[in-house]
Design a protein around this ligand. Structure first.
Ligand code: OXD
Length: 331
C-alpha cells in the first residue's frame, strides 16, 4: 500500500468555510496515485485509520490536538499543519512522539499584506470615523485625512509575510523601516529604506507612521510591544498586528490609546481569542478589529494543499521536509 494520509479538518475550525473539497484530494491522488487519503471532520472518524496512518494533516492553531489519534497511530512518521501557526499542536504528547512536525509557509503573504494595506489606508483616509458617522446618518467632513505617500512603515518581523507587506507598501510610495541582525544586503532586508540594528528599536519606532507586527509568538516575542515601546511611538502613529496577539501587551495598549500616545490600532490577533466581550478595545473608535482573518482567502486551501504535495514528494523520496517546526522555538 502507498502512503496512508489522514486529514483532520475540524468542522468548527475557523477555516471551515474554506473546506477541503474533492478537488483538493484529487490534487494529491493525481500526484501520488498509490496514496490512501482519508478526510475526516472529527477525530473519532479518523481513529479507525490511526494504526495504518503514516501522515497526519491537520491545523496547528485553535484546535484540540488529536491526542487519541496520535496514541493509536503507531506508524505515524510525520504531522503537517495547514496553518502557519502550530501553537495548539505543540503539546508534550505530540512533541514526545519525536516525529517531524511541519507547517504551511510562503502562502500567507498575499492575503495578509492586503489586510495590512486595508488597515493603513482605512486609518489614513479616516474610515473608522466615517463608519461611525454612517451609522448616525451624519454628513460631516472632518479634516483629519491624510496620504500614505512618503509615510514610514516600520515592519517588525521580516519573514516572507513582512517582505510582502514591504513590497506592497513601497508600491504605494511608502518608505519601509526594519530591523536587521547584521549585514547589509541580506535577502531579508532587501526592499527596506531604513535599516536599524536590534538595539535601535526605539529609534525606529519614533520615526514610524505605521508600526506593523508580523511576529510569531515565542518566549522572546511575548509582550514585545510593551509600555516602553508604545511610549516612543509618534502620537499620530498607528499600530497594526497581524502576527500573534501575545506579542502586544494589550492592557498597556489600551492605556496608551486612551492617553493618546498613539493614534490608533488595526488588530487582527489578540491575547485571548475570541476577543472577550468586555475588552475595552471593542468600544474604541480608533481601533479596527478583525477576528483573526488576515490570512483568509478563497485560494488558501488550494495553495496549502500545493505546499503539502511538495512536502509529500520529499517525504516519499526521503528528502528533508520543508517548513520543519522547531518545538523549542515554537514555530
Ligand atoms: C496561521 C494564521 O497561522 O492564519 O495560519 O494565523
Amino acid at each position: 500500500m502507498g502512503t496512508v494520509i489522514g486529514i483532520l479538518h475540524k468542522q468548527n475550525h475557523r477555516y471551515a468555510d474554506r473546506s477541503i473539497a474533492e478537488r483538493h484530494l484529487d490534487m494529491v491522488r493525481q500526484r501520488f496515485p498509490g496514496a490512501k487519503i482519508v478526510l475526516a471532520e472529527k477525530e473519532t472518524d479518523l481513529i479507525r485509520e490511526a494504526p495504518d496512518a503514516q501522515v497526519l494533516v491537520t491545523w496547528g492553531l485553535l484546535i484540540e490536538p488529536p491526542l487519541d489519534f496520535c496514541r493509536k497511530a503507531v506508524n505515524l512518521e510525520w504531522i503537517h499543519t495547514l496553518s502557519a501557526g502550530v501553537e495548539s499542536l505543540l503539546v508534550p504528547e505530540v512533541i514526545g512522539l519525536g516525529i517531524p512536525v511541519t507547517c504551511t509557509k510562503g502562502i500567507h503573504g498575499l492575503p495578509i499584506s492586503d489586510h495590512v494595506l486595508s488597515f493603513i489606508l482605512s486609518f489614513s483616509r479616516g474610515l473608522p470615523r466615517f463608519f461611525v458617522q454612517k451609522n448616525q446618518r451624519k454628513w460631516a467632513r472632518f479634516p483629519s485625512v491624510d496620504e500614505v505617500s512618503g509615510k514610514i512603515v516600520a515592519i517588525i518581523g521580516m519573514g516572507s509575510i513582512g517582505r510582502e507587506i514591504a513590497r506592497k507598501c513601497r508600491a504605494l510610495d511608502m518608505r519601509v523601516a526594519a530591523i536587521t541582525r547584521n549585514a547589509m544586503g541580506k535577502p531579508e532586508v532587501q526592499g527596506v529604506d531604513f535599516l536599524f540594528g536590534p538595539d535601535q528599536v526605539a529609534e525606529m519606532l519614533s520615526i514610524a507612521d505605521y508600526v506593523v507586527l508580523a511576529l510569531p509568538l515565542t518566549a522572546a516575542t511575548r509582550h514585545y510591544m510593551n509600555r516602553e515601546k508604545l511610549a516612543v511611538m509618534k502620537k499620530t502613529a498607528v499600530l497594526i498586528n497581524i502576527g500573534r496577539g501575545g506579542s502586544v501587551d494589550e492592557k498597556e495598549l489600551v492605556i496608551a490609546l486612551k492617553e493618546g500616545k498613539l493614534a490608533g490600532a488595526g488588530l487582527d490577533v489578540f491575547e485571548q481569542e475570541p476577543l472577550p466581550a468586555d475588552s475595552p478595545l471593542w468600544e474604541m473608535e480608533n481601533v479596527i478589529i478583525t477576528p483573526h482573518t488576515a490570512a483568509l482567502s478563497p485560494y488558501y486551501i488550494d495553495r496549502a494543499m500545493e505546499v503539502f504535495c511538495q512536502n509529500l514528494a520529499r517525504f516519499q523520496a526521503g528528502e528533508p521536509l520543508l517548513y520543519l517546526v522547531d518545538p523549542e522555538k515554537g514555530y
